[in-house]
Design a protein around this ligand. Structure first.
Ligand SMILES: Cc1cc2nc3c(=O)[nH]c(=O)nc-3n(C[C@H](O)[C@H](O)[C@H](O)COP(=O)(O)OP(=O)(O)OC[C@H]3O[C@@H](n4cnc5c(N)ncnc54)[C@H](O)[C@@H]3O)c2cc1C
Length: 390
């Protein structure tokens, strides 16, 4: 076994860190103004293209960075250091867009890869969250050979900034779960509410309604009835990227808390000399070290193809569950080490504390991850815990 990063992985990590450091300069502006002005978006877009880290999950022949899952995890871990969800400005198109036909690819995916358009994914509904099969949004065949979409979608991340949506709807009399590519300016698409959430996110998560939204057959992404399978097939990657980002966030929080602990003096000593503070620092290091190792292991296994699809799915659920919960504990302790300052929004640990909370909710809640892991254990045994043999 060799756990060292290769020269290429090390170089990618360095490139991602340089981009992260550059984007970090916008954090306070984002926090104070709940977002960034257009000039900042333009500047960051240029920086992303210069770094070559645009669309890390898309093949180089389409203009993406064409990175392996392990390499993507290395990059996401660095970007996860950012607050304000500025990591999301380093665009990673929805993996579902790989199912584009050649025509759809030219119109939707390639411009997203270039940073000229932006996608968003609309699955969740008021009555369909953890159970997306309960969806109410419908796609009905019209006499003109089009589809008419009707329904409501919630929590659409980047919905304010995106110019098209990938919408999951029950198509036809069979209610076949199907994804549709819908330009946001199509008549009948309305952004109805932009809720304020706990975190300050550079983009919003608006709610949309769809009222007799007419789209052609060419808007179907990946085939009628393929909607769930396409969405589910990317959970492994998405969850591993969440695990990687939360670990990056926890690393930054611990670096800041450690620096603070050795500088801050109370009762005539550095607070780092108090054993209760030392205990918190040590627990943070343990949470990070163990979860980083496991996330790297699973990302490596997926890259090398040493695991079957179901095992990879369960291992990614373990990684997402463990890393998001451990990183949440880390930022909580780091905030505590900062005392009252840790509660001040101008301190990154405070922002990380608010921001990491959602990682236990989106892309499947912690409870859903536990159900996946338990289901795998019960149906297929404890093989999910095995390391690959040579
Ligand atoms: C900031 C943010 C951004 C988001 N972005 C997007 C997006 O871009 N696109 C999108 O489609 N969705 C998005 N979501 C939605 C997100 O994926 C859902 O919130 C999540 O899947 C949970 O669904 P829910 O909120 O309806 O909760 P519910 O499903 O109603 O769950 C409520 C509680 O019940 C628990 N629960 C549910 N079922 C079970 C069960 N079987 N056993 C045990 N416990 C259970 C849950 O774990 C949770 O604790 C986003 C959410 C947030 C908060």
């Amino acid at each position: 076994m060799d756990f060292r990063l290769t020269a290429r992985q090390q170089e990618l990590k360095g490139t991602a860190r340089r981009l992260t450091d550059l984007v970090m300069k916008y954090e306070e502006d984002c926090e104070e103004n709940n977002g960034l002005p257009p000039q900042a978006h333009d500047a960051i877009r240029v920086a992303v293209l210069d770094s070559g880290l645009q669309a890390v999950n898309m093949p180089a022949e389409w203009g993406g960075a064409g990175l392996s899952i392990f390499e993507q995890a290395v990059v996401q871990q660095e970007l996860g250091r950012l607050t304000g969800a500025l990591w999301d400005m380093v665009w990673r198109p929805a993996n579902a867009l790989r199912f584009c036909t050649p025509e759809q690819r030219e119109r939707f995916l390639v411009p997203v890869i270039r940073g000229e358009r932006r996608d968003c994914y609309a699955v969740t509904e008021p009555e369909a969250g953890s159970d997306p099969q309960n969806l109410s949004t419908t796609a009905t065949r019209t006499s003109g050979g089009h589809w008419s979409l009707d329904g409501e979608k919630w929590f659409v991340t980047v919905g304010d900034h995106a110019d098209f949506l990938i919408v999951l709807a029950a198509a036809g009399d069979e209610r076949a779960p199907t994804l549709f590519l819908v330009d946001k300016d199509t008549p009948g698409v309305e952004m109805t509410r932009v809720p304020r959430f706990m975190h300050t996110f550079v983009y919003e998560h608006p709610e949309f309604t769809f009222t007799d939204v007419r789209v052609p057959d060419g808007a179907v992404l990946g085939g009628i009835g393929e909607g769930y399978d396409i969405t589910r097939s990317w959970f492994t990657e998405e969850r591993l990227m969440i695990a990687a980002r939360t670990i990056g966030a926890a690393e930054r929080a611990l670096e800041l808390a450690r620096e603070w602990a050795v500088e801050r003096r109370q009762f005539g000593s550095r607070i780092a000399d108090f054993q209760l503070i030392q205990g918190m620092l040590a627990d943070c290091a343990v949470d990070i070290a163990v979860n980083r190792a496991y996330t790297h292991q699973v990302a490596w296994e997926v890259t090398e193809g040493t695991v079957d699809r179901k095992t990879a799915h369960a291992k990614a659920a373990i990684a997402k569950l463990a890393a998001s919960e451990a990183s949440g504990r880390v930022v909580d302790r780091c905030l505590q080490i900062f005392g009252g300052r840790g509660y001040d929004r101008s301190y990154p640990v405070e922002r990380l504390y608010r921001e990491l909370r959602v990682d236990r909710i989106w892309e499947g809640t912690s409870e859903i991850q536990r159900l996946i892991v338990a289901g795998e254990l019960i149906k297929r045994g404890t093989g999910v815990l095995q390391l690959p043999a040579a």
